[in-house]
Design a protein around this ligand. Sequence first.
Ligand code: NAD
Length: 356
Amino acid sequence: MTKNIVVIPGDGIGKEITTAAVNVLKKIASKYNWQLNFSYYDAGGTAYDKSGVPLPDETLAAAKAADAVLFGAVGGDKWDDVAPALRPEKAILGLRQGLGLYANLRPVKAMETLLEYSPLKPSIIRGTDILIVRELIGGIYFGERCESEEYKGTTRAWDLENYSIPEVERIVALALTTARSRKGRVTSVDKANVLATSRLWRKTAAETAKKYSNVQLDNMYVDNCSMQLAINPTRFDVIVTSNLFGDILSDEAAVLSGSIGLMPSASIGERTSLYEPIHGSAPDIAGKGIANPLGTILSAAMLLRHSFSAEAAAADIEIAVQKALADGYRTADIYSPEFKKADTLQMTQAVIDNIG
Ligand code: NAD
């Protein structure tokens, strides 16, 4: 297999953590005898400093042409005074739009070795393994809006939510397909007791699911879902939901596993998909070599699974991460004195050593 991966380190700890993930991918490439070609492009504040824009045309063009994109993080206090349209974070929106990244996938898995970091009791969090599938380029975040208008003698603002049947079909089909290689259950989350878009969403989800006889679909209201995530997270397998509800639920779910440094994500595009940890550029620890690389390394595992259909190699990385943690390695963000303190390089090496 020969594949071209565009790496966009970005700002802050971005370079450290993407270097870690690339080194793990190189180990996988040598194990499976693949040729993975890596090319590096700027985005965010680093790109702004060099070229005056957060997402240079050449970065977007390279990302579009790549087989997959590995992204670090962007942003930092240094660019606080930059004009809003040129802020580092605009690079993410530009990539989402440019690559048509219509779905965001966030796995939330409670690792046995890290149960103590969860805000939930071990008896509740143990065994949690959820994939949140969030619609990413539609709904209320992309609808018409009005910042201020006169209405009945006062001033009001509004945002319009709309979803079309093809938009819902596409995201629900992705959730159903993904569920086939998991426990085969999808929970579609909406607010169909109040919202018209949710009623269309629910009806379309049911229609779409008819083509997936081996996957079980159920529906849940978003308010109940947010409660169930905290009291009974093991009841879920795949959750599929709209842009707005997914934004909120995926952040709630992200804290369940305890450490932000460990959480990977995938943003699925029509052609090229993008993989990144959920955390930001952590300017407070940038350049110190102590960042937790596991979120980015696990994002690389998602890249292999979703872009290259390389399930065995993805599992190799995930098992190696669990073994490194079971061997007692901990970066500063998840360290306590009974463990072996590891910096970014040592943690990465512990993962590489556990890939057979
Ligand atoms: P952050 O996620 O960067 O950091 C929050 C806290 O978590 C910090 O204390 C940080 O040191 C710690 N942390 C984060 N990742 C870590 C890791 N891998 N290892 C160890 N500790 C880690 O969030 P923030 O401080 O709110 O934002 C910093 C900058 O990142 C801002 O400019 C923000 O806009 C940007 N940001 C970017 C993205 C992205 O690129 N996708 C996402 C979120 C925030």
